[in-house]
Every structure is written in structure tokens, then in C-alpha cells.
Design a protein around this ligand. Structure first.
Ligand code: ATP
Ligand code: SF4
Ligand code: MG
Length: 460
């Protein structure tokens, strides 16, 4: 199913998409938020919440988006529904590019594209009765013509959502309901306009453990009964395996691994996916005794994502071409100083000076030093021993007047590659630069010069 771009959403009713065919097709989508100046740009900067994702969601499937907080899951979901404006790229829904629509053009489509939010308390207006809340979208879209008709549709949907007999709930307020009942109301409201695509943003995360499974089960049943397609957003990779047909692992605005959910779960190829899985506290004997923690460090700022592979500062198997940069060296020295004894710290501090005075760019770190030659020798000596492996990316250490300049080499963003039946973006499978990725600093050589063998050869 393909057709030319058109700005006439009314004709969508004629566009048939068979089960298993792409209902949503996303191509190189970016959603950036303009904010104040950042580290490398003083005038204006943007948070790259979604930064170049391409995938499709097939009719009738549950497509999972998994990742840590701040990885861009909600922003991607909101962009697909026109709730956050795309900066660039395409979102085709039944062949129509949503990213190009104006708000008035988008409005009639909203009843077909729906969202369930995480927190039912924040989603429901406490001053509206349940029948008012659930019936509201019907009135907005002009789908019913009088109160009796609205009431009848609300009763039907509440009962489908497990709130029966519905009459008991119609004139109550959210505060009269339990958390699970409130989320059922939210689901009823999101489905009352008969959408065919639903973004469910952590729909059970705010609920008690005891009701999570029941609400998820309800959503799966409704999917089958009403012919829905879901984008299911979650932090929880383990639940993703059971709920999703396919899924994507997101990190700092990009997808790092995507494809069949059980393949990814059973045979993860990306170090970040492996780290997420190892952090899952499952009673799986095969995984018992393994490290249950994510790699060190917080997820970095989406304002200034790391160069090359965005995961490199935390990746346990990062190597030469993964995108090392000036700030990694400063961070590594800072980290070293938290661990060495007082005398060593004082000696090294007098040599390096205050780290705040280092001039850091993506391509280099410049240390102003009274004894530049001694500092250069020290860096060459301690560099290879730094646990962060940042020295693997160093191209040269040179003296430039009263400064020592550490320059970093080739470090492209990894391109997606098909590995083990799904898609993975990681240099371990061969250094393949991503088109249009960030290439700052002196780029030299080719992928084959810098790649150091296959993942198997590297023992990972
Ligand atoms: N309106 C906004 N303005 C500026 N930055 C934003 C805005 N909305 C989101 N962001 C930033 O975009 C990035 C992605 O946020 P998003 O909420 O999409 O992540 P998430 O994966 O859904 O996280 P969580 O799991 O915590 O819900 C974050 O750095 C966030 O601070
Ligand atoms: S490209 Fe792969 S090996 Fe390199 S830092 Fe990223 S995840 Fe780790
Ligand atoms: Mg979110």
C-alpha cells in the first residue's frame, strides 16, 4: 500500500491496509526542542529528543518502544500523533504524510490516532463525571448528536473496558474510583472515537502491581476485538517480550536495536540492550548471578549527545572508533582523581591544573599547562590505564605553545545493520558510518582501517 502525498485526510477512509502491512511508516524522523545555549554552541541549541529514526508499525501488531528515562519514547509517540511537531522527516499513516499537515488538516484525523497516558490521575479532569470525560471526544468530533446517544456509546465502551454494569460508574467522579478503574476509564475514553492506532505510554506503570496484568490483558483483548494497532511504550524490557510483536530499543533519541521482540530478548546484539536485560530482576536461572546494574553513568544530555555512538561513555565494550571526544578525557581524569590517594591527586592537579580551565571540543581537549612537556608525558603514561578506555580514541598528544592538545580520531555514528534476524546499530558488527551522522573533528581513514575485527573475533 503506497500512495502520493495528499493533504486531504477525508479520502483516508478509502485507503485499505491489510493486517501485517505498514499502517505507520516513519522515515528519518527528528523532533528537536529549541532551548538556550549549550556546551558547544552559545547562541541557540536544541534538545534532540528524537534524532533520526526510521521504522514502520504494521496493522494489528503491538510495537514496543523500550529505553531508559529521557531516551525520547514519549516524544516519538507524541510526534506520531501530531502532539509534538516533527522537525524533519516523514510519518506516513495510510500513506498520508502526517508531518506535513497543518493543525486544521490534522484535526479530523485525531479520532483515528489516540493516546493512553501513564498517569490516570493527570489524564482525567477531577471536575468531570465519568460519562462527561469518556463522552467528551464524541462531542468534540461531532460523532453523536444528543446526550442519549452519547450516554449509550459511553455505556458500551465502559463495559467493553471491564467497568460493568456501566450505569454504576457514569455519574461518579475520578476520585470515587481505584487506580485500575481510572485507567480503564482513560482507555475507554481513548477508544470511544474508534481509532485504529493507539500510543500507549507506560499505560500500567502508575498502577499497583496487582492490577497491572489485568489492565494489560484488557488492552490486548481490546486490540483483537476492535482491530487496533499499538505503539506500546515501556521501561520494562521483560514485559515487552510478552506484550509486543516487535520492539525497538531507544537510546538518546535513536533506535539502537529493533525487530522481532522475542529475537531481541533471546539474542540481544547491542551492548545497551544486553545491559538493559541484565538489569531486569527476573528469576531466570540462566541469568542469575550476572551483573544486575546498568553500565556506570547517567544517560547523557540530549542537548549535546556524545559523538559517534551515543552509548560509548557507558559501553563496557567500546573500542577505538566508537566516538571518543575531549570531554570523555576530562571526565576520565576527574573520575581518576576521586580514586587516587591525596599525594597523587595533589601532584597531578599541579601538573594538569583545574579541569574547568581545559578547552574541550568534540575533536580535542586542550590543557593549559606551565609544564606542557611534563603534562604531555603524564597523559601518555596514564592514558592507556584509564578505565574509561578513552585513550583508545586518541589520535595524537601534542604540545602547542603552553598547551597540551589531545586530539581524537575517526568516530562515526554507527549505521543500522541486519544481524541475527533483526536490526542493530553498533560498530562491533563492522564499522559502518551512519549517513548524515555527526562527524566532528579530524576524520581520517576508512571504516576498514579503524574497525578491529568482528564481534566474534573481539570475544563479545
Ligand atoms: N517540551 C520539551 N522541551 C524541551 N525538552 C523536552 C521537551 N519534552 C521532552 N524534552 C526532552 O527530550 C528528551 C526526551 O524526553 P522524553 O520525555 O521523550 O523521554 P522518555 O523516554 O519518554 O522518558 P521517560 O521514560 O522519563 O518518560 C529529554 O531530554 C527531555 O528532557
Ligand atoms: S558502537 Fe557498539 S561497541 Fe561501540 S560504544 Fe556503541 S554500543 Fe559500544
Ligand atoms: Mg516518557
Amino acid at each position: 500500500m503506497r500512495r502520493d502525498r495528499t493533504n486531504a485526510p477525508g479520502v483516508l477512509d478509502d485507503v485499505e491496509v491489510a493486517p501485517g502491512e505498514p499502517l505507520i511508516e516513519v522515515e528519518d524522523l527528528h523532533t528537536h526542542f529549541e532551548v538556550g545555549g549549550g556546551l558547544f554552541s552559545s547562541s541557540h541549541a536544541s534538545v534532540r529528543a528524537v534524532d533520526g529514526v526510521s521504522f514502520d508499525i504494521r496493522r494489528g501488531e503491538i510495537f514496543g518502544l523500550v529505553g531508559e528515562s529521557g531516551s525520547g519514547k514519549t516524544t516519538l509517540g507524541r510526534t506520531l500523533l501530531g502532539l509534538a511537531p516533527a522537525t524533519s522527516g516523514a510519518i506516513r499513516y495510510r500513506g498520508l504524510d502526517l508531518a506535513t499537515l497543518t493543525e486544521p488538516e490534522f484535526r479530523p484525523l485525531r479520532r483515528r490516532l489516540s493516546m493512553v497516558f501513564q498517569d490516570p490521575n493527570a489524564s482525567l479532569n477531577p471536575a468531570m463525571t465519568i460519562v462527561q470525560s469518556v463522552g467528551h471526544p464524541l462531542r468534540i468530533h461531532g460523532l453523536t448528536h444528543n446526550r442519549a446517544e452519547t450516554r449509550e456509546r459511553v455505556i458500551d465502551m465502559l463495559e467493553r473496558c471491564g467497568l460493568a454494569p456501566a450505569e454504576r460508574f457514569l455519574d461518579t467522579y475520578p476520585e470515587d474510583l481505584s487506580g485500575g478503574q481510572k485507567q480503564r476509564v482513560v482507555i475507554a475514553r481513548s477508544l470511544i472515537t474508534e481509532p485504529d492506532f493507539v500510543v500507549a505510554d507506560e499505560p500500567v506503570a502508575a498502577l499497583d502491581m496487582s492490577v497491572r496484568a489485568k489492565v494489560l490483558e484488557l488492552m490486548m483483548d481490546l486490540k483483537d476485538d476492535l482491530g487496533l494497532t499499538y505503539l506500546y511504550i515501556t521501561h520494562d524490557l521483560a514485559s515487552g517480550k510478552f506484550v509486543c510483536d516487535r520492539m525497538a530499543i531507544m537510546y538518546l533519541g535513536q533506535m539502537v536495536e529493533w525487530g522481532d521482540a522475542s529475537r531481541i530478548y533471546d539474542d540481544p546484539q547491542h551492548p545497551y540492550t544486553r545491559a538493559l536485560l541484565e538489569a531486569v530482576p527476573l528469576p531466570d536461572p540462566a541469568r542469575r548471578g550476572r551483573d544486575k546494574h546498568l553500565p556506570h553513568g547517567e544517560i547523557p544530555d540530549a542537548l549535546e549527545p556524545p559523538r559517534g555512538c551515543r552509548f560509548h561513555p557507558r559501553c563496557p565494550v567500546a573500542f577505538e572508533p566508537c566516538g571518543w571526544e575531549g570531554r570523555d578525557l576530562v571526565d576520565a581524569i576527574e573520575d581518576r582523581w576521586t580514586k587516587v590517594d591525596e599525594d597523587t591527586f595533589e601532584r597531578e592537579l599541579s601538573l594538569v591544573g583545574d579541569l574547568a580551565d581545559a578547552k574541550v571540543t568534540r575533536a580535542e581537549a586542550r590543557f593549559p599547562a606551565a609544564e606542557a612537556d611534563a603534562l604531555r608525558r603524564w597523559l601518555e603514561e596514564i592514558g592507556p590505564a584509564l578505565p574509561a578506555k578513552v585513550f583508545r580514541g586518541v589520535e595524537s598528544v601534542e604540545q602547542d605553545g603552553h598547551e597540551v592538545v589531545v586530539r581524537f580520531g575517526y568516530g562515526p555514528e554507527p549505521a543500522p545493520q541486519d544481524i541475527a534476524g533483526h536490526t542493530v546499530a553498533c560498530h562491533l558488527h563492522g564499522v559502518v558510518p551512519r549517513e548524515g551522522g555527526i562527524h566532528a573533528g579530524p576524520v581520517r581513514g576508512s571504516g576498514s582501517e579503524t574497525g578491529s575485527g568482528s564481534a566474534r573475533e573481539r570475544g563479545v
